[in-house]
Design a protein around this ligand. Structure first.
Ligand code: ADP
Ligand code: ADP
Length: 228
């Protein structure tokens, strides 16, 4: 079954110079547990697509379905990770990772919240760093912690907007490996926006190429390997 279904979505932004058409009859389906990588030139509508999935805006036409429900308003069940993770400096790494649980599951006992956060920090290789402050970690480590924070409450979908864009090539490839390890232990569905074609085929189960103005789905590349 599809976790995300974007059906015939058309959208224009209203600007002082008139409507700016951005998406034209876009169709995207992402099965549960899969990663969709979205590539395309700057300004083609990638962020717009993620805002629609997160329920931050409504399309002019068409429908966005998430987990069998029509998306009409912002969803708590969507996790987000960005190029420059915003971490609270007055909180430790562990406390930062636990934050979404405090919001989404306020009744969860503290011991369980700590256990859940520690489990994820362990999966991304950050055991021993849980009591550090964000500024004491490298960029790659902060990004690892922000991935943990984005999925700690088991959102339906994780949206990543250029998550590794600010990292050097070596750190970035380490993170790709970590993503695969994380997915093996903790399956989740994700939309990954990237400018890096290697990253899109390495991490995506499908690569969606957005192009044209307004953009429509031009190509969908299925990158499942034989035997998968
Ligand atoms: P991408 O993420 O692929 O760079 P965006 O989805 O951010 O593209 O933007 C697509 C187009 O819509 C761009 O031309 C951008 O300037 C324009 N745009 C994005 N957000 C708004 C907005 N809130 N109001 C008006 N125009 C916007
Ligand atoms: P990105 O390419 O990473 O999506 P942008 O620089 O295109 O970032 O946009 C950054 C923010 O500015 C977004 O929230 C977008 O909605 C807004 N934005 C972009 N273009 C316009 C525009 N022409 N008018 C109003 N807001 C815009």
């Amino acid at each position: 079954t599809n976790l995300i279904d974007i059906k015939g979505v058309t959208h224009a932004y209203q600007t002082p110079n008139g409507p700016l058409p951005v998406l034209d009859n876009l169709n995207v389906s992402v099965p549960e547990g899969e990663f969709a990588a979205v590539v395309g030139p700057s300004g083609c509508g990638k962020s717009t697509l993620t805002r629609l999935v997160a329920g931050l805006m409504k399309p002019d036409q068409g429908e966005v379905w998430l987990h069998g429900k029509l998306v009409k308003s912002p969803r708590k069940t969507v996790g987000m990770a960005f190029q420059n993770p915003v971490m609270l400096e007055w909180r430790t790494i562990l406390q930062n990772v636990m934050l979404p649980l405090e919001i989404v599951a306020p009744g969860m006992p503290k011991k369980q919240r700590v256990e859940r956060a520690m489990e994820l920090l362990d999966l991304v290789g950050l055991t021993g760093f849980e009591n550090k402050r964000p500024s004491e970690l490298s960029g790659g480590m902060r990004q690892r912690a922000s991935l943990c924070r984005a999925i700690v409450h088991k959102p339906d979908v994780l949206i990543m907007d250029e998550p590794f864009g600010a990292l050097d090539a070596f750190t970035r490839e380490d993170l790709w490996q970590t993503m695969h390890e994380l997915r093996a232990k903790e399956p989740f569905t994700a939309v990954l926006i990237t400018h890096d074609l290697r990253e899109s085929v390495y991490l995506g189960d499908q690569v969606i190429v957005l192009s044209g103005r307004p953009a429509t789905t031009q190509y969908v590349l299925d990158v499942h390997y034989p035997g998968e």
